[in-house]
Structures are given as C-alpha cells and as structure tokens.
Design a protein around this ligand. Structure first.
Ligand SMILES: Nc1ncnc2c1ncn2[C@@H]1O[C@H](COP(=O)(O)OP(=O)(O)O)[C@@H](O)[C@H]1O
Ligand SMILES: [Mg+2]
Length: 252
C-alpha cells in the first residue's frame, strides 16, 4: 500500500530546474532510499515532501489525502516528519532534559516522556553523556540525540537527509540499528544517503535522481546495476560521489 504518492513534482529556482517531473511512491512500512549525485535534487524533494517548499507543479498524496504544499506543522500532525525539522537542541540543557522536553512538546505526559527518554538514552548509547549539556556533545552524539528527540513519538514516515554523513562508524551503526528497529515495528523511512553500503543494507527499494529527474526506481539491486545510474555517478566528478564511491556501487 502506498503511504505517499508523488506525481509530477516540478520546482525551479530562477533558471535552475531543481526537480523535474518527479514521480514515485513511498510504500507503507518500507525504507526507501533516495540516491543520486550531489545537486541531483534529493534535498529539494525532501523539502517538497515535508512542506518546506511548495512545488510549481505536481501533487503529493498521503493515502487518499492531497497534502501538496501543506505546511510542515500540518504534515507533522499527520505523521510526516523530516528529521531535524522539529528538533531544537537546547545546548544549555542536558541531553536527557532535551529528550524529556521533546516528548512533552509532542503531547506526552511527563511520566511517559521520562520513561521513553530513559529507554532512548539506553538504545542510543547516550548513557554516559545524558546529564551533560547538549552543547558539550560530539557531533555524532548530538545527531543521536536528535534521532531520540524525533522518535520519542515515532512519525509514520521519517525523512532523513544524509544522517550518516561525518558520523563515526560506531555511531553510524547505532543509527542504522535504530532505523532497523523502527522499520521492524512498521514505521516508514525515506532515506537520502551517499553511504551506499548502508543504503544497500537498509533499503529494499531505491529511487535514483540525476539533474532533477528520476532516472531509475525499484529494487535496490536493480537500481544500482542500472546503466544510467552508473553513468550518473561516473559522470559526476565531485568529491562525495566521485570515483571513490564506485566500488560500493557493486552489487553482490
Ligand atoms: N534555495 C535554492 N536556491 C537556488 N538553487 C537551489 C536552492 N536549493 C537547491 N538549489 C539547486 O537545485 C539543485 C538541486 O539541489 P539539491 O536538492 O540540494 O540536491 P542534492 O540534495 O541532491 O545534492 C542544485 O542545482 C542546487 O544548486
Ligand atoms: Mg542534499
């Protein structure tokens, strides 16, 4: 069953067409990868789907409801959350209190927020730093804290934009495990990531964009083997998606 149906999204910034007639579905309960070289339009798609940007053309439906250009707040009420959108880490408040506050801001009781915050601290391996001010956490620990704050009341569909970038591999695995556990409970993810091994590991399906367009969509392995996808990565000389990424594009 489709949770989101995206039809013909189009947006330009002046003369730059960032998203060009993009259509794809996000199925209930899947982890869908959104991949493609830098500048291909992935972040802009997330902005469109989470209400931070209105398309010049096209439609987004959530189940049977038209949610095109709906505000981030109204989308969040429906369970569509772009990670980090709700998150304001208070740097002079402890990590634990940040979690507690996030829970209460989402309408949970203090007792329930407390219970969930304790479980999240454990799961996210933040125990040793839970009473430090959030401002003292490392970048990776802070990202873990942001995961906890977003998921203290799990969204139906979470959109993550490069969550693993510049995060220590140990914490990356904590994040991946966190996503797997929520997926096992039936939650849906749209994951933008350059980290191909993690995408292959987590995602059943993927959509690949290049220059604003969808160039391949479907089963992750078939997408990565797709000629146009390989060409898009090969043809792009930037540091993040250049030749260094190619070995990880190989499918076993
Ligand atoms: N606010 C903006 N103003 C002007 N151009 C933008 C803006 N946001 C994105 N772009 C352009 O749109 C294209 C797609 O960008 P983006 O969605 O960030 O790609 P990705 O996330 O795949 O790297 C790029 O050419 C980028 O320069
Ligand atoms: Mg981006």
């Amino acid at each position: 069953m489709n949770l989101l149906t995206i039809e013909g999204l189009f947006v330009h910034f002046g003369g730059v067409v960032a998203v060009d007639n993009v259509s794809f579905d996000v199925r209930q309960g899947e982890i869908l990868g959104l991949i493609g070289p830098n500048g291909s339009g992935k972040t802009t798609v997330l902005n469109l789907l989470s209400g931070f940007l209105a398309p010049h053309a096209g439609k987004v439906r959530m189940r049977d409801e038209d949610v095109t250009a709906m505000s981030p707040d109204r989308l969040a009420q429906r369970g569509v959350l772009r990670m980090f959108q709700m998150t304001r880490v208070f740097t002079r408040m402890s990590a634990f209190d940040n979690l507690l506050t996030a829970g209460m801001a989402r309408g949970l009781s203090e007792a329930e927020s407390n219970r969930r915050a304790q479980a999240l601290v454990e799961e996210l391996t933040l125990g040793p730093v839970q009473y430090l001010d959030a401002g003292q956490l490392s970048g990776g620990q802070r990202k873990l804290l942001e995961f906890g704050m977003c998921f203290i009341e799990p969204p139906l569909v979470a959109m993550l934009d490069e969550p693993f970038a510049a995060v220590h591999p140990v914490m990356r695995e904590v994040m991946a495990q966190f996503i797997r556990a929520r997926h096992a409970q039936g939650f849906t993810f749209l994951l933008v990531s350059h980290d191909m091994p993690i995408v292959v590991d987590l995602c059943q399906r993927a959509v690949c964009m290049n220059a604003g367009r969808v160039i391949a969509a479907g089963d992750i392995h078939s997408v990565l083997k797709n000629h146009d996808v390989i060409e898009a990565y090969l043809g792009n000389g930037d540091a993040q998606s250049g030749p260094d990424d190619l070995p990880s594009l190989e499918v076993h």
